[in-house]
Write a protein that binds this ligand. Structure first.
Ligand SMILES: *[C@@H]1O[C@H](CO)[C@@H](O)[C@H](O)[C@H]1NC(C)=O
Ligand SMILES: *[C@@H]1O[C@H](CO)[C@@H](O)[C@H](O)[C@H]1NC(C)=O
Ligand SMILES: *[C@@H]1O[C@H](CO)[C@@H](O)[C@H](O)[C@H]1NC(C)=O
Ligand SMILES: *[C@@H]1O[C@H](CO)[C@@H](O)[C@H](O)[C@H]1NC(C)=O
Length: 506
């Protein structure tokens, strides 16, 4: 099998259609998942608005150019937290997701926010340049404006305009983001310090580029999560790749595999199946929350424990592949309502992330030999680039992100230069391998939750939340309050939390 045909989406979920990458990076879990429930954040009301955004912030189109602007969706509302005129604005840096996902999975921001705004990332959801997705995604020329630099400039332009419209020029802005959105939040704070006073960058693997961290770290951490639950489960998965290949190469192999795994269609290659399985393991590791969730899929608390329980508890004599089928059923069919598995079921067409991974967001991914439960694979830039040329006609710029935003030697670089960033990571989350896990300075803080998964801090509070989660959210908000006090203090203004609740916010 080819290790990863899929890019791990930082907060995106769903599988890439089998692509040409040697080993596509895993995707971030989540954002455009159809099953996200907007109403999970009950009671917080927001308005959806559109803003006329410039397609290219770094050039000057002719006045006759019809495509020079597009409608960018954003939401604005008042959260349940501190309120008041001149009060802070919390800004959620949209990732590849849509509003429903944001609302359902960013409870922390809603619950603490005074005023709140969130911008949908260009080229995702309804924020389509050129008037339609078909046109925006047509080719490398139309996709050329899908970059992190343009996205950050979108945030900056929108925030400045929004503050003017709200007569809120004096309001400090705090950035929030999870996963890819967390990377944007951190980078935004570094690039636009005059626009935002600080950033909470949750589960943002800003070091997952070039050789800053080992390329095998992501899948090593996925594997560790399984080994931690059960060694035999880890072993069964590790052995299953060979069993899968053997079966595939036998007589009617693909047909038999398709039956074993209850697939809707007969497999064309065994890679389709191995990609589907490794995606499930990666996503399970990202969402290995101690409470039930519906972030990517409806799942029980501690889903990896549940998957391993299934794999381990099959009766004696059950084949390796049947055990694997029973295990992944927990991920793909927890509700028990799926009639057959459709491997090509990608209603959201995560094409946008694939483009980003093929241009700037090149995150080398390997499978190590010993620590990993995946078949060994070493990242091969040449085949990765070839996949990108085939898919999009572009060649990646693997060094561009670290040139633009830094990353090498980050502690020394940022210690004297940056301020007011919280990097949250949960160590069960495989993306923590590319995260900032150590404090850099008094105000560039790493908060690490040994039992946390992908941006668990941002999720809405629930009565079942363990104490460590409750207290880590409190610490984050306390640090953010400190940034705000500094901001107002430096301006001789004392912000009164809770004052002026009737202000005509938003
Ligand atoms: C896509 O690009 C091709 C070649 O430039 C053009 O002929 C076609 O009309 C475009 N399609 C859309 C949907 O814009
Ligand atoms: C600010 O107000 C102008 C004029 O009504 C409007 O065109 C623009 O979209 C508003 N900006 C934002 C961010 O909503
Ligand atoms: C999903 O789970 C139900 C209930 O356990 C089962 O009957 C069904 O066959 C499963 N679907 C697939 C595709 O395996
Ligand atoms: C970073 O410093 C804060 C206190 O300023 C502390 O709570 C936190 O545990 C430190 N993080 C790490 C990873 O040591």
């Amino acid at each position: 099998m080819h290790p990863l045909h899929r890019l791990p989406l930082l907060v995106v979920v769903l599988l890439l259609p089998a692509a040409a990458w040697g080993l596509a990076p895993p995707r971030f879990p989540g954002s455009s998942h159809p099953r996200a429930r907007a109403n999970a954040v009950g009671g917080y009301e927001y308005e959806t608005r559109y803003f006329r955004q410039r397609l290219d912030h770094f050039s000057f189109p002719g006045v006759e150019d019809d495509d020079a602007f597009f409608q960018q969706r954003y939401l604005v509302g008042r959260g349940g937290g501190w309120a008041g005129r001149g009060g802070p604005i919390f800004f959620y840096c949209g990732n590849e997701g849509d509003i429903a996902w944001f609302a359902a999975n960013s409870g922390l921001v809603w619950e603490a926010a005074p005023r709140l705004a969130a911008l949908v990332h260009r080229y995702y959801g309804e924020s389509m340049p050129f008037g339609s997705k078909a046109k925006a995604y047509n080719n490398s020329k139309s996709l050329a404006y899908l970059t992190t630099e343009q996205a950050l400039a979108d945030f900056a332009v929108l925030l400045a305009d929004l503050k003017r419209n709200l007569s809120a020029e004096g309001s400090p802005v705090v950035l929030f983001g999870g996963s890819y959105g967390g990377m944007l939040a951190a980078w935004m704070r570094l690039k636009y310090p005059h626009i935002a006073v600080g950033a909470l960058a949750s589960s943002s693997p800003i070091l997952q580029f070039e050789d800053i961290v080992p390329s095998a770290i992501f899948y090593d951490l996925v594997s560790d999560d399984f080994r931690r639950e059960s060694i035999s489960c880890f072993q069964t998965i590790k052995e299953s790749w060979k069993a899968l290949d053997d079966q595939a190469n036998g007589e009617d192999g693909l047909l038999k595999l398709s039956k074993t795994f209850h697939l809707c269609q007969t497999l064309k290659t065994s890679e389709e199946l191995s990609d589907w399985l490794s995606s499930a393991y990666s996503y399970l590791a990202m969402v290995d929350y101690p409470i039930p969730s519906e972030f990517l899929m409806p799942l029980p608390a501690n889903p990896i424990k549940e998957v391993c329980r299934k794999i381990d508890s099959q009766p004696e004599g059950t084949s390796t592949l049947e055990r694997i089928y029973a295990g992944v059923n927990v991920y793909y069919n927890y509700t028990g309502t799926v009639g057959c598995f459709d491997l090509n079921d990608d209603p959201h067409g995560m094409g946008g992330w694939d483009w980003q991974a093929c241009t700037e967001m090149v995150m080398p991914m390997s499978y190590s030999e010993d620590r990993s439960m995946f078949p060994p694979y070493k990242f091969d830039y040449a085949s990765y680039a070839e996949g990108c040329i085939n898919s999009f006609g572009v060649k990646p710029r693997p060094r561009w992100i670290s040139t633009e935003f830094g990353g090498h030697d980050i502690a020394t670089v940022l210690e004297k230069f940056g301020s007011n960033i919280i990097f949250f990571n949960g160590l069960l989350d495989p993306w923590s391998g590319g995260g900032v896990l150590k404090n850099i300075s008094e105000s560039i803080i790493a908060i690490v939750a040994p039992l946390g998964a992908h941006h668990i801090d941002l999720r809405p509070a629930t009565p079942e939340d363990p104490d460590w989660l409750v207290s880590l959210r409190e610490s984050e908000l306390k640090i953010i309050s400190g940034w705000l006090s500094d901001y107002y203090g430096a301006r001789g203004a004392l912000f009164q939390p809770g004052a002026l609740k009737d202000s005509s916010a938003c």
